[in-house]
Design a protein around this ligand. Structure first.
Ligand SMILES: CC(C)(COP(=O)(O)OP(=O)(O)OC[C@H]1O[C@@H](n2cnc3c(N)ncnc32)[C@H](O)[C@@H]1OP(=O)(O)O)[C@@H](O)C(=O)NCCC(=O)NCCS
Length: 144
């Protein structure tokens, strides 16, 4: 994807929290991370909690650790299908020496479609990992 001159990826800072909570509520209305969870990620993974800024707005975020585990990612509905999710994901790929991996709800077709589009493969299914769904473990196999 061509670089988008209107979008910049940077570390989360505390002033972003309101916008991140709004994105979270829209992306995961039933299971949003709390303010405390985001602030604790910011403290524990300062290099792995990134936001994508476009103009004065924040279009999305990604949280990952240096072991390659993607803890969460979301893009605001109004900014979806514009390549921002891919920009965040590929930025994480460039930051981590390990292969990126994650768990995703097996019924989350849109996220699974997105992860396939960036080259992830399903390697395992964990029944009832979530209270009402199985988890798929997906891995990006580009650094083996
Ligand atoms: C998953 C998510 C982060 C993708 O963000 P995005 O900015 O829309 O992604 P991109 O624009 O980079 O999409 C790249 C490609 O992924 C695939 N894709 C994205 N959304 C998709 C969808 N709803 N259904 C199927 N494929 C999809 C497409 O191939 C897309 O390319 P295209 O638009 O040219 O067809 C976003 O949909 C989101 O925030 N979802 C809710 C939160 C969530 O489920 N997060 C993951 C939890 S594990």
């Amino acid at each position: 994807m061509a670089e988008n001159p209107l979008a910049a990826i940077r570390r989360f800072n505390k002033e972003d929290i309101k916008k991140i909570l709004k994105i979270e509520q829209q992306a995961f209305p039933k299971t949003p991370y709390s303010k405390g969870t985001f602030l604790s990620y910011a403290k524990g993974l300062p290099d792995g909690f990134l936001v994508l800024e476009t103009g004065t707005d924040i279009a999305g975020y990604i949280i990952f650790d240096m072991g390659g585990h993607v803890h969460s990612t979301a893009v605001k509905p109004a900014y979806r299908r514009k390549g921002f999710g891919t920009m965040l994901f590929m930025h994480a790929v460039s930051c981590v020496q390990k292969r990126l991996w994650l768990e995703v709800r097996s019924k989350n077709d849109s996220a699974i479609g997105f992860y396939h589009s960036v080259g992830m493969k399903t390697v395992r299914r964990i029944p009832s990992y979530y209270s009402n769904d199985d988890a798929l473990i997906m891995i990006l196999d580009d650094k083996s």
